[in-house]
Design a protein around this ligand. Structure first.
Ligand SMILES: C[S@@+](CC[C@H](N)C(=O)[O-])C[C@H]1O[C@@H](n2cnc3c(N)ncnc32)[C@H](O)[C@@H]1O
Length: 236
């Protein structure tokens, strides 16, 4: 989206995610970026004094203000193990502290640039299930799905961005929605892991599947972090 907006600043765009904290982060960076930066600077100073103690203190905290919620999300993302986002069944973030010598907790220039981009009046944000986006999609629209990746093995189970895992049924709902959008005349693009279940869900001839090699940062075994395949599925 950021890449397309750089080329077409007036592009009309709807962004949806079920994770309310993620949507809140986009809105706070758009509307209150100076406060977000100030709050991150505060986290950064305290983290430098005692990294582990401060990390777990923030991880346990439950801030109620919008700014504090968002700076907590960014702080944890920058300092946790491999930038992973995972919550337990109660919705509590449960990733351990990462190993960084100098994490870039306050990326001021980047936050300011992102804020300016998000201020386009043609961008709208929604916290909702992907199926609900069908209501405002029309013929000719381009739709990109970036769902939680399906696990490629039993040990690679990483689907908990929200406290509700992305199940095989969700994948089936997504494939059905993609079919519907295709028949409406939309351009559909989806990224996912290279797994049998995803390839089977998009096996009809309208879907072109392209394999791409990626270096994956998220794996507890660092030797397994390189040389993975992901897929792009598209109908155009
Ligand atoms: C691979 S991440 C994509 C993150 C996003 N593209 C971004 O960069 O901000 C997968 C996302 O799918 C979201 N998600 C999970 N289940 C969903 C659902 N049923 N409807 C909509 N979004 C969902 C998760 O909250 C997570 O943010």
């Amino acid at each position: 989206m950021f890449n397309l907006l750089a080329k077409h600043p007036d592009m009309k765009c709807h962004v949806s995610d079920l994770n309310s904290d993620l949507i809140l982060a986009y809105l706070a960076i758009r509307d209150k970026v100076t406060e977000v930066i100030e709050s991150l600077e505060n986290h950064s100073k305290k983290y430098e004094k005692n990294q582990s103690k401060y990390y777990y203190h923030v991880r346990e905290s439950e801030p109620t203000s919008q700014i504090e919620k968002v700076s907590r999300l960014i702080f944890l993302n920058k300092t946790c193990f491999n930038g992973l986002y995972r919550v337990n069944s109660k919705g509590k973030f449960n990733v351990p502290l990462g190993r960084y010598t100098n994490p870039n907790i306050v990326n001021r220039e980047n936050l300011l640039t992102v804020s300016r981009t998000l201020q386009s009046s043609n961008l709208e944000f929604f916290c909702r299930d992907f199926e609900q986006s069908l209501h405002d999609i029309k013929k000719g629209d381009f739709v990109y799905f970036d769902p939680p990746y399906q696990p490629v093995s039993n040990t690679a189970n990483f689907t908990s961005y929200t406290n509700r895992s992305f199940t095989d049924d969700d994948l089936e709902r997504l494939a059905n929605l993609a079919e519907k959008l295709d028949s409406m005349g939309c351009k559909v693009l989806l990224s996912n892991s290279k797994s049998k279940i995803v390839e089977n869900s998009f096996s009809s001839s309208k879907w072109k599947i392209k394999e791409i090699r990626v270096n994956r940062a998220i794996n507890s075994n660092s030797k397994k972090r390189t040389g993975h395949s992901e897929i792009l599925v598209k109908n155009y």
